[in-house]
Design a protein around this ligand. Sequence first.
Ligand code: BGC
Ligand code: NOJ
Length: 831
Amino acid sequence: MRYGYFDDKNREYVIEQPDTPLPWINYLGSEEYFGLISNTAGGYSFYKDARLRRLTRYRYNNAPLDMGGRYIYLRDDSPHLIGPKFWSPSWQPTRVPLDEYECRHGMGYTIIRSKRNGIESSTRYFVPLGESLEIWELTLTNHRDETADLSVFSTVEFNLWDAMDDATNFQRNYSIGEVEVVNGGQVIYHKTEYRERRDHFAYFASSESLSGFDTQREAFLGLYRGWDLPAAVEAGLMSNSVAHGWQPIGAQQVKVQLKPGEQKKVIFILGYHENPKEEKFDPLNSQIINKRYVEPIITRYLDENEVEQVFQVLRKHWDELLNKFTVSTPDEHTNRMVNIWNAYQTMITFNMSRSASYFESGIGRGMGFRDSNQDLLGFVHFVPERARERILDLAATQLPNGGAYHQYQPLTKRGNNDVGSNFNDDPLWLVLAVVAYLKETGDWSILNEPVPYDNQADSEMPLLEHLQRSIQYTLDRLGPHGLPLIGRADWNDCLNLNAFSDSPGQSFQTTTNKEGKVAESVFIAGLFVLAAKEMAGLSKKLEEKGEKFKKNFSLLCSHFYQEKVAEMESVIWQHGWDGEWFRRAYDDFGHVLGSKENEEGSIFIEPQGMCIMAGLGLENDRAAIALDSVNEYLATPHGIVLQQPAFSKYYLHLGEISSYPPGYKENAGIFCHTNPWIMIAETMIGRGDKAYDYYLRINPSAREEISELHKCEPYVYAQMIAGKDAPTHGEAKNSWLTGTAAWNYVAITQWILGIRPTYNGLEVAPVIPSDWDDFEAARSYRGIRYEISVKRKGPGNAVQLEVDGNSIDGTVISLPDEGLEKVQVTVLLGQ
Ligand code: BGC
Ligand code: NOJ
C-alpha cells in the first residue's frame, strides 16, 4: 500500500494522507540553521548543534506520535458555524478531519496544503540560503461563496537552548525563561539566559499586525490542556501573556477577512541571531536586546516578494547541486534515487551525521568520526569545498597516537570526552575520505594543510602525517594472530569484545573490562588492506610528483604500504578465511567468531563486503565463494541480514550485538549500510545482475508499494529493516541518518553504473544488469561535463570507450586539455 507518490519532475514526494505509519519527515536548511519537519508540521529547529543550540521543543516518544512543531491553527470566527470552529491545516495537532490534504516534501522545503469547509491553506516552510532563520509562508484562499472571517494562530514552543538540560533541569529552568515582546507581539524575542553568558536569542515574527499574542504556554493552552485544544484558539482570544519563567512560547493571532475567491499570504519567521558581545544591549546599560542588527533581517523576510525570490534561489541551488550527476536508466527507482533522493539524503547525512532525526534525539550523538568520513564518500562531488573543511575538522580531532575521538560536537568541533576513543577502525576511514576527495578534486594541497592533534595548539602537522598515523595506529595494535585488535568495537559498534558488561544501563560502547590485548577483528584487517592500498597508490602519486611532499615523511613510500598490505593479506588468508567465507573476529578468549565452528553468529556480512572491496579473493575464486555464501545464508527478499544464525541470548563476551532480540539491528537485522558493500563486491567479480538485485531489495522507492510493512519514508533509506528472525520481518526503522545513504550512492553510481573518479581521470566501467540495453549519464568532474552514453553490444562487462568520437584504451578517460568544458563519451558494453 502507498500513502503518496513520487513527483520526480518537481523532485518531491507527495504524501496524500496525514496518518502515515510513522511521521514522514524532511529537513530544512543545509548550512548552519536546520529544522526537521514531518508531514504534519511536527519537528524542531536548531542552530548548528541539535543538543547545544536547540530553538524549539519537540517531544520524542510522545503519545500521540510526533508532538511539537510549527503549528498553525485556523479558526472560523463567523458566529453561525456548525461543527468544529478551529482546525490544524497540517492535521496535527488538532487532527480535525480535512477535506483535502497533501504534503510535498521537496529539496530543502516542505509544503503542506489542505482544505476544510472551503478554506484552502498552503504553508511553505523553508530556510533561505545564507540565513539563520526559517520562513513559514501561509497562503489562504476562500473557496466559499461568502466572506470568511478567520483567525490564524501561529505557535512555537521555545527550547531553553541546551536540549538535554531543557528536558531535565526543571528546578532551574522553570525560573529562567524570558521574552521581549515588540509591536503588540508582531515580533517575540526569546532571550532566556541572554542576561548572562549567551549572546544569542531567537525570534518569531509575523508579517501582519496582530490582534493578540501569548508567550506563556499555559496562558495560551489553558490549564491541563494540550496543543490539540488550546483554550486561546477555542475562544478566539489571546491573553497577551508575557512569560516570566515556566514555558516561554511564541503565539500570535492574525485576523483575516477573505472575500469569496480571495487569497492572502501571511508570513511567519522563526530565527536565531547572535550579537557582538560588547553590543548585546540597547541601551548599553539596560537588559534590553540590541535589535539593530536583526531588525533589517526580519523586515526583509516578512516581505512576500522577497520570500518568493529567495525560495527560487533555494530551488536553483538544489537544481545545480543535483545536476552534478544525473542518470537515465531503464529503471525508475534507480533514476529517482540517484537523481534526487539518495543524493539528497547523502547531503543531509553529511550535514547531520547521526545527530538529529526522528530516531536520533539530537541530544545523544554529535558528529561521528567514522560516520562522517563515510558520508563524505557520497557527498564529495556535490560541494568539494565543504568536504575539504569537514576532512580538516575531523582530522583535527585525531589523537597524537593516530586514534580518534569517536564523536565531536559540531558547535565546538571538539572531541567528545564522554564517548572517547579506541574504536579501532575509526582512523582508517579518514584515509578513505581523503583519497576520495583527492580523486574527485585533484586538490593535492590539502595534504600539506597543517592540522592539529586533538585540537591542541602547536601540535599541527600536515594532513598527510595524520593519514600515516592512521595506518600506524593499526600496525601498533596487532593481536595474537597478527590481526588488528578490535578495541571498543569496529564498524559494528555492537561487537564489544572487551566490554564484558553485566550491569544494566552501562554503555556497551564505553564500558571496558578487558585490557583489549586479545580480541581481534577481521573486518579491520580488510579495511586496513583497503586503506593501506590507497596509501600505496597515494604515495606512488606523490613519488611521481617529486620532493615537495616526500621530505619529512619516513613512512611515505609506496613499498612500505605494499609490504604491509601483503603481510595483512597473508594473515587474513591464514586466520581470517573459514573455507567458504571470511571470519569475523577472535574474542577475548582467542576463540573465533563468524566461523562454521560457531553455533550462532557463524557468518557475518561485514568482512565479506570489506575484504572483497579491498581486493581479497579477486585473484582466486574465494570472493565468489564468499559471495555465494552471503546469498545462501544471509540474503532475504527484504535485503541481506547482518549475520546468521542470530544470537538467541545475551553473551557477556560479545556485548551489545547479542542484547538485541533476534532479527533487529546488529543482531541479524538487515543493516542496510552493509548491503552496498556486497553490491560493490558483486560488481568486482562482474555479477551485475546480482549486484542490482540486492540494490533493488532495499531501495526505498522500490519498496513504496509495501509502505504499510516498511513503515518508514519511501524516499530515503532506513538504517535497518527487520531481518528474517524478527516477527516484523521487512519493517524498517531509523530512517534518514545512516551510512546507508552514502554507501548506496557509491554502490549504484560508482560500481553498478561504474562512473568513478580516479587520480588520472574519470573511469567508466559499468557492471549493469544483463537486460539493460543502455543508459545515459551526465557528470561534472573537475570542471568538465562528461556526457556518457552506454550501449550494450552483447553479454558481459567488457568496455570499449569512445571519447569525443575516438576509441581509447582502458576504462579511464584522461583529463582533457585545459579549456575543454564538455566531453562526449560512448561506452560500448559487452562482447
Ligand atoms: C546501535 C548502533 C550504533 C550505536 C551508537 C547502538 O545502540 O545499535 O547501531 O552504532 O548504538 O553508539
Ligand atoms: C550506526 C553507527 O552510526 C555506525 O557508526 C555504526 O558503524 C553502525 N551503527 C553499526 O554498528
